[in-house]
Design a protein around this ligand. Structure first.
Ligand SMILES: NC(=O)c1ccc[n+]([C@@H]2O[C@H](COP(=O)([O-])OP(=O)(O)OC[C@H]3O[C@@H](n4cnc5c(N)ncnc54)[C@H](O)[C@@H]3O)[C@@H](O)[C@H]2O)c1
Length: 297
């Protein structure tokens, strides 16, 4: 069985000079894809490109800032100029400004939303327009995180990752007519960004080689995953995990509508039992005893 599942299919990875993106590039190149290694850290991106070219592959580095429309469009253009088309886009670049809601500033919030949400939107739009024009189809893989379930201290990051998950579902529906599949991963890796992560016990947690997300990424970009779109997978370490799409659960129907009296009569009987785990750490619902104001002196 050939491992070159992506032979000749030009691929862009944003934020690829280190961490998880670096691993993605290694696996895409090994699968035969000419790669565009995008990062603000252009020295590291260029060194990676040089290594791949020296080993007989095709690679260029790009310093475009994907946190701007011009940067995203320039990045896609650079791929087309170097390799003739764009067939794969991996929206991986990211930043962090961890802060609870009560402390977060506009600048911190905007910075995270700009890189993750608008960067993903701008790159996907530019790449999808090019793929549609080429008539070649293509694969887009976005990067979300379990943080979008809720993550203490990560107002902006959880908002951004939730938006990316929602855009993934929407784009899968919109772009299928052009043969473009859109999926996302929630990766795992010990990287510059993961340094502040703590597990349920408040500990730093195990180390994970960030390149272990690469095989799943390659598979999702390949024709073998032609039936996979609008799906999100937890990847990295030992896991391959399907992230279930949020959907309405238990539903009570009252033909004439729910007035306040009816809600007061039935809500507490039927709904609290439905409150499952809350947040990225999957801890049981913590508020069954109520959320109360602190005692006043
Ligand atoms: N590390 C994890 O365990 C983990 C978990 C869940 C999700 N993720 C996501 O995986 C992705 C990669 O994260 P990582 O852990 O490898 O972090 P990282 O900090 O090592 O890599 C992110 C890269 O993005 C680049 N970047 C930032 N802003 C950019 C911009 N405007 N234009 C171009 N490049 C830019 C940075 O220079 C950096 O090299 C991120 O989207 C992150 O949110 C990581």
């Amino acid at each position: 069985m050939s491992d070159r599942l992506l032979d000749g299919r030009p691929a862009i990875v944003t934020g690829a000079a280190g961490g998880i993106g670096r691993g993605h590039i290694a696996h895409l190149a090994a699968a035969g894809a000419p790669v565009v290694i995008n990062d603000l850290n252009i020295e590291a991106a260029q060194a990676m490109a040089d290594e791949i070219v020296a080993a007989g592959g095709k690679a260029i580095a790009s310093a475009h800032n994907i946190g701007s429309r011009e940067g995203a469009e320039g990045l896609v253009q650079a791929c087309i100029e170097a390799f003739g088309s764009v067939r794969i886009l991996v929206n991986n670049a990211g930043n962090l400004r961890d802060r609870t809601l009560l402390k977060m500033t506009d600048e911190e919030f905007d910075s995270v939303l700009t890189v993750h949400v608008k960067g993903t939107f701008w790159c996907a739009q530019a790449a999808a327009r090019a793929m549609a024009e080429q008539g070649s189809g293509g694969a887009i893989v976005n990067t979300t995180s379990g943080a979008h379930f809720g993550s203490f201290g990560q107002t902006a990051y959880s908002a951004a990752k939730g938006a990316i998950a929602s855009m993934t579902y929407t784009w899968a529906m919109e772009l299928a007519r052009h043969g473009i599949r859109v999926n996302a991963i929630g990766p795992l890796g010990t990287t510059a960004m993961s340094q502040t992560y703590r597990d349920a016990d408040g500990k730093k947690g195990d180390d994970f080689d960030p390149s272990m997300n690469g095989p799943a990424l390659v598979y999702l970009c390949s024709d073998e995953a032609a039936n996979v779109s609008g799906q999100i997978f937890g990847t990295g370490g030992q896991r391959l995990s399907h992230m279930v799409q949020p959907h309405y659960g238990k539903t009570l129907i009252k033909p004439d509508g729910w007035d306040l009296d009816a809600l007061r009569q039935h809500f507490q009987t039927h709904m609290p039992g439905e409150f499952g785990a809350l947040g990225i750490l999957g801890k049981p619902y913590p508020f069954h005893g109520g959320v109360h104001a602190p005692e006043q002196e």
